[in-house]
Design a protein around this ligand. Structure first.
Ligand code: PEP
Length: 249
């Protein structure tokens, strides 16, 4: 049985006041016990988020990390630092990192390995652009991104990942993949992972991301191969994010 995960990605948004607001709101509600919730906040808010959410079951995560353990890399943040500041999960390969910061598959793999080395859970993001979908290259692109990472890890490492399928054309656009479109890609990812073992494929949590909102989450999460959501814009509004968490239970 795969425990659903709802992860909020604040991107470069939010404030310490918003962190406090989330802490108060989550302390006052009971989340479904069978749902894991995590909030991926900007680096400077990690410790405050850990404190604010400390009395809740919500974990804190980061949005990227360096591929190096330490050294003269001005501006970078290592996996060990994230861990020390309370992060338990970290996004890797988000499409904004791939396109705006030129992180290719090799860079994504290096970051996954850096996260694993410090016991962080990498949430590996994959997804196709609109152009790639229209050229009927969705599976080739998405499964290529999956293979580039899973093919380079050993069995124990693979089992520690979470995968987020995020069609690039649906991120921040208000244009959500239909439940059928999302389910088809999730099923293809699970089939692909079965090459590494039925146990891995059956246990791997596959999140959907791309304009998931309070009013479309339930039908996406009802799909058999969708095990949670990676939520951007709607994770900045406490009521919307809570409603999505509740609909995963
Ligand atoms: C994201 O940033 O991962 C994302 C899915 O954003 P949004 O929900 O705003 O589309």
């Amino acid at each position: 049985m795969r425990m659903p995960l709802i992860a909020g990605n604040w991107k470069m948004n939010g404030s310490l006041a918003l962190v406090e607001e989330f802490g108060r709101a989550f302390a006052d509600v009971s989340l479904p016990v069978n749902v894991e919730v995590s909030l991926m906040v900007p680096f400077p808010f990690l410790e405050a988020a850990g404190r604010a959410l400390g009395e809740t079951s919500v974990t804190v995560g980061a949005q990227t990390l360096s591929d190096r353990p330490s050294g003269a890399f001005t501006g970078e943040v290592s996996a060990a630092m994230l861990r020390e500041c309370g992060a338990r999960l970290v996004l890797v390969g988000h499409s904004e990192r791939r396109t705006l910061f030129a992180e290719d598959d090799a860079a994504v793999l290096a970051r996954v390995k850096a996260a694993l080395a410090e016991q962080l859970t990498p949430v590996l993001c994959v997804g196709e652009t609109l152009e790639e979908r229209e050229a009927e290259r969705t599976e080739a692109v998405v499964l290529g991104q999956i293979e580039a990472v899973f093919g380079a890890l050993d069995e124990a490492e693979r089992a520690r990942l979470v995968v987020a399928y995020e069609p690039v054309w649906a991120i921040g656009t208000g244009r959500t993949a239909s439940p059928e479109q999302a389910q088809a890609v999730h099923a293809a990812i699970r089939d692909c992972l079965a090459r590494y073992g039925a146990g891995l494929a059956g246990g791997m949590r596959l999140l959907y991301g791309g304009s998931m909102k309070a009013d479309n989450a339930a039908e996406l999460l009802a799909q058999p191969d969708i095990d949670g959501g990676l939520v951007g814009g709607a994770s900045l509004k406490v009521d919307d994010f809570l409603a999505i968490c509740q609909s995963a239970g």
